[in-house]
Write a new protein. Structure first.
Length: 104
Protein backbone atom coordinates (compact mmCIF):
# COMPACT_ATOMS: atom_id res chain seq x y z
CA UNK A 1 0.00 0.00 0.00
CA UNK A 2 1.24 3.49 -0.80
CA UNK A 3 -0.11 7.02 -0.61
CA UNK A 4 0.66 10.44 -2.04
CA UNK A 5 0.51 13.11 0.64
CA UNK A 6 0.70 16.89 0.46
CA UNK A 7 2.76 18.85 2.98
CA UNK A 8 4.82 22.01 2.78
CA UNK A 9 3.42 22.84 -0.66
CA UNK A 10 4.86 19.65 -2.16
CA UNK A 11 3.63 16.11 -2.77
CA UNK A 12 5.42 12.95 -1.61
CA UNK A 13 4.87 9.27 -2.43
CA UNK A 14 5.11 7.32 0.82
CA UNK A 15 4.81 3.73 2.03
CA UNK A 16 4.91 2.15 5.50
CA UNK A 17 8.32 2.02 7.27
CA UNK A 18 9.81 4.56 4.85
CA UNK A 19 11.82 7.65 5.83
CA UNK A 20 11.16 10.92 4.00
CA UNK A 21 12.79 14.34 4.27
CA UNK A 22 10.27 17.18 4.23
CA UNK A 23 10.17 20.86 5.11
CA UNK A 24 10.30 21.65 8.82
CA UNK A 25 7.40 20.55 11.02
CA UNK A 26 6.91 21.66 14.62
CA UNK A 27 7.84 19.02 17.20
CA UNK A 28 10.77 17.13 18.64
CA UNK A 29 12.29 13.76 17.82
CA UNK A 30 9.91 10.96 18.83
CA UNK A 31 6.73 13.02 18.40
CA UNK A 32 3.88 11.62 16.32
CA UNK A 33 2.58 13.53 13.30
CA UNK A 34 -0.50 13.02 11.11
CA UNK A 35 -0.89 14.00 7.45
CA UNK A 36 -4.64 14.31 6.67
CA UNK A 37 -4.15 15.61 3.11
CA UNK A 38 -3.93 12.34 1.13
CA UNK A 39 -4.12 13.03 -2.62
CA UNK A 40 -3.92 9.42 -3.87
CA UNK A 41 -4.17 5.99 -2.24
CA UNK A 42 -2.96 2.85 -3.99
CA UNK A 43 -3.48 -0.73 -2.78
CA UNK A 44 -3.55 -4.18 -4.45
CA UNK A 45 -4.33 -2.91 -7.94
CA UNK A 46 -7.02 -0.45 -6.77
CA UNK A 47 -6.41 3.29 -6.77
CA UNK A 48 -8.41 5.98 -4.99
CA UNK A 49 -7.92 9.48 -6.36
CA UNK A 50 -9.06 12.40 -4.24
CA UNK A 51 -10.96 15.43 -5.39
CA UNK A 52 -8.95 17.20 -3.95
CA UNK A 53 -8.27 14.72 -1.08
CA UNK A 54 -9.31 11.12 -0.36
CA UNK A 55 -12.13 11.19 2.21
CA UNK A 56 -11.26 9.61 5.55
CA UNK A 57 -7.69 8.68 4.60
CA UNK A 58 -4.67 9.78 6.60
CA UNK A 59 -0.99 8.93 7.02
CA UNK A 60 0.74 8.80 10.40
CA UNK A 61 4.44 9.15 11.07
CA UNK A 62 7.05 9.72 13.73
CA UNK A 63 9.62 12.52 13.71
CA UNK A 64 13.10 10.98 13.60
CA UNK A 65 15.26 14.10 13.43
CA UNK A 66 15.18 17.86 12.93
CA UNK A 67 18.02 19.17 10.80
CA UNK A 68 19.17 21.48 8.04
CA UNK A 69 19.93 20.85 4.40
CA UNK A 70 23.07 21.62 2.46
CA UNK A 71 24.00 25.25 1.84
CA UNK A 72 22.83 26.68 -1.48
CA UNK A 73 24.73 29.72 -2.75
CA UNK A 74 23.18 32.26 -5.10
CA UNK A 75 25.85 34.37 -6.81
CA UNK A 76 25.08 37.05 -9.39
CA UNK A 77 27.64 39.18 -11.20
CA UNK A 78 27.33 41.83 -13.85
CA UNK A 79 30.54 41.93 -15.81
CA UNK A 80 32.47 45.18 -16.11
CA UNK A 81 30.00 46.92 -13.78
CA UNK A 82 31.78 46.28 -10.46
CA UNK A 83 28.53 44.72 -9.25
CA UNK A 84 28.11 41.36 -7.57
CA UNK A 85 25.81 39.80 -5.01
CA UNK A 86 26.19 36.61 -2.97
CA UNK A 87 23.51 35.00 -0.79
CA UNK A 88 23.49 31.69 1.05
CA UNK A 89 20.53 29.62 2.26
CA UNK A 90 20.10 26.46 4.34
CA UNK A 91 16.60 24.95 4.48
CA UNK A 92 15.26 23.62 7.79
CA UNK A 93 14.25 19.97 7.30
CA UNK A 94 12.47 17.22 9.23
CA UNK A 95 13.07 13.50 8.74
CA UNK A 96 9.87 11.49 9.28
CA UNK A 97 9.40 7.72 9.43
CA UNK A 98 5.98 6.69 8.10
CA UNK A 99 4.33 4.35 10.60
CA UNK A 100 0.98 3.67 8.97
CA UNK A 101 -1.51 4.47 6.24
CA UNK A 102 -5.20 4.54 7.16
CA UNK A 103 -7.68 4.15 4.30
CA UNK A 104 -11.08 5.84 4.58
Amino acid sequence: MFAVIKTGGKQYRVAADEKITIEKLPGAAGDSVTFPEVVLLGRDGATDIGAPFVAGASVTGEIVEQGRGAKVISFKKRRRQNSKRKKGHRQDLTIVRITGIVAG
